[in-house]
Every structure is written in C-alpha cells, then in structure tokens.
Unconditional design. Structure first.
Length: 550
C-alpha cells in the first residue's frame, strides 16, 4: 500500500495547525483506520507559506505528478481547505483522482471518496470553503480601504528615497498599534529624480541602465540598477504628487480611490495599497484596477504630468524586452560561464546578423553581461569563441570523468567517506538507544520500588535524587541521539548525491554527444560548480578543484 500525506499552512506560526501537527494527526489516523501492511510506504508533502486559493503549490504539484502515475492508493490530509478553497479546483481534483483509483481522505471532516456519500459530502463542504474564502477576501479589502484612508505606511521594504518614521502608538484592547509614515532620504531622492529626468530624455530601459552604470550610480545596497529595479521606481506611484491629473489617470484605469478629487491638492504623494501579490512576495500586481489609491502623509517628488507621461512610455515599450538576452539554442555554458574580471554572467551572442556559419552551425561568442550593459566602461573582458569553448569544456569534463581519472577517484573517495560516516552514525544511534532504554528501565524500577514503600522518607529522598540524575543523563543522551541522527541523514544525502553523480557519468557520459541540448546542459550543471574566463584562460571548478583550458 502506498499513501501520500499532504499538509499546508498559509503562514508559519509555530503553533496551532502547523504542518508538523497536521502530519502527525494524519499518521495517527492512518494507523487507526487503514489496514496497512508492514511494507506500506507513506510519503509526506509539505507546503509552508502557500494560500489555498488555488493548487499552484510546489509540493502539491509534486505529489500530483506521482499520483498521475497511479502510484498512490490514498491521499490523506488534515482538513479539506488544506487542499483548496476553490470549488472548481477541488471538483477537478476529485474527478482526476478517481481516474487513478486513488482515494482521498480528509480526517477532520471525516470524508472518504472511496464511498459515494463521502464524495457528495466533500463537494458540499468545498462549496462552503470557497464561500468562506471569498467572504474573507471581501473583509480584507474593506479593511484595506479603511487603512488606505489614513495614508500611512503599512510596513515592509521602503521604496528608494524613503525610510519609515514612527508617528504615534495607540493601545486598543490591550494591543499596541504603531502608525508609520514615509520620511524622505535626500541623497536617495536625488537619485530617483535623476532617473525620472533621464528616462524622459532617453525613453529606453537599456539606455538608462547603461547610463546609470557608466556614472557609477548604485542602489541602496550598493549594486548596479537592473531594468527590473528601474521599472519599479518609474512605475511606483509613491513618488507622484497627488493632484487632479493623477486622480483622473487612476479613475480611467478603474482603481479604487479613497478621496474626492478636490482633496488631491498636490501637496502630498500617492499611497497605493494592494499593489503587491500575497501569493508571490515582493511581486507587483500589474493591473492598477486592483490597486487602492490614497493620499499619503509624505510629500510627492515627481510632477504628476511627468509621472503619467512615463507610464504611457512604459506601456508602449511593454512588448519590447526589458533586458534583452540572446537565447541561443546551441550554447551549452549559459548560466555556468562567469567573467573572472567582474563576476558577471557571460551571455551568448550571435556573431553576425547576416549569419556566419561554420560546418552548417551558427557561430556565436560569449560576452560579459557587465561589459554589454556598461558599453565596456565597467568591464572590458575579451569575448570568448562560443563554439570552440563549448566543445573544449565538454571534452575536458568527459575526460576528467573517465574511469581511473582524478575525478573518478574523487567520487569513489567521497562515496566511501559517506558510507563510513553512515555506518558510524548507525552504530552510535543504536548504542545510544540501548543506553536510553536502560536508563528508562532503571527509572521505572525505582518508581516501582517507591510504590511498594510509599511511606519511607529515606527511600523517597534517595529515589528522587537518583531519578533526577538518570533524567539528566537521559536528556544528554537524547541530545546526542539527535546529533547522530542528523549525521546519519547527512551521510544518506551524501551517498545519494555521489550515487547520482556516478550514475549520471555512466549513463549520460557515454551518449553525451548524441544527447539533446537540454540533457547536455543538465549533465554539465550536475558536475561543474562554475566556469570562469579571465581573458586568457578558462577555469573549470569541479568538486572544489580547478582545471585549466588554454
């Protein structure tokens, strides 16, 4: 019998219905209610920090991928809404599981799809789960509208140009509520204004990126601005002055606006709420119709006509690449090859728009990303012949992986070390468990003796001291047991890793040149940590050791 346990929690709290508690309750249910043979396999899938709005969750999808192979007899979860609060998703899921002859059990609501009544009740419950979700969503939006009227900063990373400043504290029902507003940082405000001014002139994300890099203008964290970071600054309404022009702009887009038009007097900036996705932290919602627009407590720094003009330009350029990358279908080292001068990725670039071919294969070069972005101002590393280096690196890696080579010996050495580590950890855990059992039996014996002589003060004192001593020894042994079990788990992981690498070398290595581009890239990514180019030599980092080509 094969069983999958699925658990989900939208937010980590460390208490209540945590994924750990859900899993434990599911295991107890399985032990009590399912007649499981000794060789039963129970796989556990955990999604922490994901909403039940839909089923787009990594561990859930991994479980379903295995279920589609008709692998599981049962899928067990703690509560119905752990799977989904969407009726459509849930209905489709149950129908799909029926095709795979996989029963679904929900232990809290006592639903079991192996019975017709269980399936009917489950559909009814899923309707109420979706209704609950939609009601909660409406309540959250209503609360957000009330918060938006305050114009305060609700927390999180502040936009470039601002820090957060505490305004006041209120105690409501015993809970301290702190209110914040945005406070300008003059030197960062200058950078923001400069970016807006230059974009109006250049009207190109690539050109403004190059311009900022060449002038060594960096982010708050000391890094060069990327097109994504620049676009976020240019599209963020927090910088825009709240006046009638921007009011009309957001009205046309269908956004919720908390104030009347007359109140947009141009003295403050915009406070936009509900801009970021709750499912993908930090990701901005592209649809302004979902935003809630208010008047902030901070001053606006960008004229509304300038800001709205830039939004028009950004939308016009939307279909153009924010940061063009050449996706060459024959380059093998994309993602692995790094410029040794500046640490940037080396990107493939076709040599000529007219088409230059050698033996029927299009030729290309690897170009340092920083060199391209800065127009050779921040890095001027020599370009690298892509066709030549791809073939040379592959030959070098395959030769190093041959039986009897240094790398082959290194793999055997690592594998033997992992096997010995696992053997030692198993011996230690067995030894500690025996000692734990002995201590526990001694404690039980002492308690039994005390039970037969409950009125003996001397015996009570002696027993208490001895039990305390044994209890302290037990605590130490249990701590040691955790350490050695972790060692055992690490050893198992190391064994699996070396076995996988060994298998990859044997199976893929032999047919490497006949494999697809995707298989070749995966093979190199498994074996090579990174490859660097210093303008003279290529350095291949493999198992922490460096090999040279050229």
């Amino acid at each position: 019998m094969k069983i999958a346990i699925y658990s989900r929690k939208s937010k980590f709290t460390g208490k209540g219905e945590s994924v750990e508690n859900q899993i434990q309750l599911c295991k107890e249910y399985i032990g009590r209610n399912l007649d499981c043979p000794k060789n039963t396999i129970i796989d556990v899938y955990e999604d922490e920090g994901f909403s039940g709005k839909n089923t787009a969750r990594p561990q859930f999808q991994k479980m379903m991928s295995k279920a589609r192979q008709k692998y599981y007899d049962y899928i067990v979860c703690y509560r119905l809404d752990r799977i989904s609060r969407n009726v459509s998703d849930f209905s489709s899921l149950i129908d799909e599981l029926q095709q795979y002859k996989t029963s679904f059990i929900c232990i809290r609501e006592q639903f079991d799809t192996s019975t017709p009544m269980g399936r009917a009740m489950m559909y009814i419950a899923s309707v109420f789960a979706q209704l609950e979700r939609e009601t909660i969503a409406e309540r959250i939006r209503d609360n957000m509208l009330l918060l938006a009227r305050t114009g305060r900063w609700l927390g999180g990373n502040t936009p470039l140009g601002f820090s957060s400043k505490q305004v006041h504290k209120d105690t409501i029902d015993g809970k301290v509520k702190t209110s914040y507003k945005l406070k300008p940082i003059p030197e960062e405000i200058e950078i923001v204004q400069y970016i807006y001014d230059k974009y109006i002139d250049l009207r190109s994300m690539a050109k403004i990126e190059e311009h900022l890099i060449r002038r060594d203008i960096k982010t708050r964290k000391g890094k060069y601005f990327t097109p994504v970071a620049i676009r976020e600054i240019l599209s963020n309404p927090v910088y825009c002055m709240a006046d009638e022009t921007v009011y009309d702009y957001f009205v046309k887009l269908g956004a919720d606006i908390c104030y009347d038009k007359e109140e947009f007097d141009g003295k403050h900036g915009i406070a936009a709420y509900n801009r970021t996705s709750h499912e993908h932290v930090g990701q901005t919602k592209n649809n302004p119709a979902a935003w809630i627009i208010s008047i902030g407590r901070h001053k606006g720094i960008i004229d509304s006509k300038c800001w709205t003009e830039i939004q028009v330009i950004l939308r016009a350029n939307k279909h153009g690449s924010v940061h063009k990358r050449v996706h060459n279908p024959i380059s093998l080292l994309s993602g692995l090859l790094i410029c040794d001068h500046c640490g940037s990725k080396m990107r493939p670039r076709v040599n000529s728009n007219k088409g230059v071919y050698a033996n029927g294969v299009q030729t290309f070069s690897y170009l340092c990303d920083m060199k391209k972005r800065s127009k050779a101002q921040k890095c001027n590393c020599e370009n690298l012949n892509g066709n030549e280096i791809d073939q040379a690196v592959c030959s070098t890696v395959l030769n190093l992986c041959k039986e009897g080579s240094d790398i082959s010996k290194k793999i055997v050495e690592l594998k033997n070390t992992a096997v010995n580590q696992r053997k030692t950890s198993l011996q230690m855990t067995d030894s500690i468990q025996v000692k734990i059992q002995e201590k526990e039996e001694k404690i039980q014996s002492l308690i039994a003796v005390l039970g037969k002589n409950p009125n003996s003060t001397t015996l009570y004192k002696y027993t208490e001291l001895e039990v305390d001593k044994l209890d302290a020894e037990l605590k130490l042994l249990n701590e040691q047991l955790v350490v050695w079990r972790n060692e055992e788990e690490n050893a198992n992981n190391n064994c699996n890793d070396t076995n996988m690498i060994e298998s990859t070398i044997k199976t893929v290595g032999r047919a490497f040149y006949q494999s697809s581009i995707h298989v070749k890239r995966a093979f190199l990514a498994d074996l090579v940590e990174k490859i660097t180019w210093d303008g003279q030599k290529v350095h291949i980092y493999f198992f922490g050791e460096k090999y040279y080509y050229r």
